[in-house]
Design a protein around this ligand. Structure first.
Ligand code: NAI
Length: 334
């Protein structure tokens, strides 16, 4: 089967080639969008990543070129028009879990880096400045942390914060996890979390219900100085509202690995260009904001698991077998 893989970086190619795929792999550097979709003409499968455009017109172009399978080499599928894919007869497989540890560990790393000012401290010492003024942090122990979404990643973060650091952990999920409740995690509503938490970390998927779950109204409820971490999807946070809350101090720190408009920015070296996106440019000016470029998944273990599961999905489809738990279908009635 020919597989056209979009947004391919050298590290992606290495992880797939190491497994000697028995498919005809076509590694393409461009991001998938309407203009680049014709590159996949004749490929039965297209392999896409988080910022590839899988809206209706792109899916129609792919289907017109003979594509029957969409292999998402990620967990999230918020960028896919599922109903249109179903209408066009395109099957979709994703990588439901490749390494929740990679994302959970990065989340804790970002949180600690933010509240202890580690990037600023390292930048200072490199410049021969060993002063501590401006680097005052606070203990996580005893603080209240809110975890929104306690699936595979959120559960690991909740455990680390609760059992590891001794935080009081409040959580919100449509499906509370009894194992977390057993270690003292308390499930409650987002409003309560907004009002009581010192730290909020987001781990729910981006859906119409969770879009801008953090916005002006939520931030208005927060204790001054709230720390917010988002390693899930950019659309969970209204960036303009976060900027206003940073200006007033309502938000005391923000660490983001994802950004709602990241598709035009992330995964590329733009260091020689002028940033056209005013919100990200403003965010990068705050001393208490950390931005990373969708890096939380990026471990050797996760890349290997992504390649293995993606190729297993391709093998199953090529053999006419069901895609099982990797299959993504439109919501019932949706
Ligand atoms: P998961 O599916 O195991 O967990 C998601 C949880 O969110 C589930 O428990 C679900 O019940 C809950 N949820 C769904 N709708 C909700 C709502 N309206 N309110 C509260 N909770 C809700 O997913 P997993 O593997 O833990 O991943 C979480 C998210 O992390 C993914 O959706 C993805 O967007 C993001 N992610 C980010 C990566 C990165 O590199 N920055 C890498 C991998 C995932």
């Amino acid at each position: 089967m020919r597989i056209a893989m979009f947004s391919t970086k050298p590290y992606d190619r290495r992880s797939f080639e190491a497994l000697a795929p028995r498919h005809d792999m076509q590694y393409l550097a461009p991001r998938l969008e309407a203009e680049t979709a014709p590159l996949a003409a004749g490929a039965q499968a297209v392999c896409a990543f988080v910022n590839d455009d899988l809206s209706a017109p792109v899916l129609q172009a792919l289907a017109g070129g003979g594509t029957r399978l969409l292999l998402l080499r990620c967990a999230g599928f918020n960028n896919v028009d599922l109903a249109e894919a179903a209408r066009l007869g395109i099957s979709i497989a994703r990588v439901p879990a490749y390494s929740p540890h990679a994302v959970a560990e990065f989340t804790i790393g970002l949180l600690l880096a933010l509240i202890r000012h580690i990037p600023r401290a390292v930048a200072r010492t490199r410049d021969g400045n060993f002063a501590l003024e401006g680097l005052l942090g606070f203990d996580l122990h005893g603080r209240t942390a809110g975890v929104i979404g306690t699936g595979k990643i959120g559960a690991l973060v909740a455990r680390a914060l609760s059992a590891g650091f001794g935080c009081r952990v409040l959580a919100h999920d449509l499906h509370p996890d009894p194992a977390l409740q057993a270690i003292g995690v308390t499930y409650t509503e987002p409003r309560t979390i907004a009002a009581e938490a010192d730290i909020i970390t987001l781990h729910c998927p981006l859906t119409p219900q969770t879009h801008h779950i953090i916005r002006a109204e939520t931030l208005a409820l927060a204790k001054p100085g709230l720390i917010l971490v988002n390693t899930s999807r950019g659309g969970l946070v209204n960036a303009e509202d976060a900027i206003e809350a940073l200006k007033t101090g309502r938000l005391g720190g923000l660490a983001i690995d994802v950004y709602e408009q990241e598709a035009d920015l992330f995964f590329e070296d733009l260091s020689n260009e002028i940033l056209a996106d005013d919100a990200i440019a403003r965010l990068l000016t705050f001393p208490n904001v950390l931005v990373t470029g969708h890096q939380a998944f990026f471990t050797l273990d996760a890349l290997n698991a992504i390649a293995a599961t993606t190729l297993a999905n391709a093998d199953r489809f090529a053999a006419g077998e069901p895609l099982g738990t990797a299959e993504v279908r439109p919501p019932v009635g949706g």
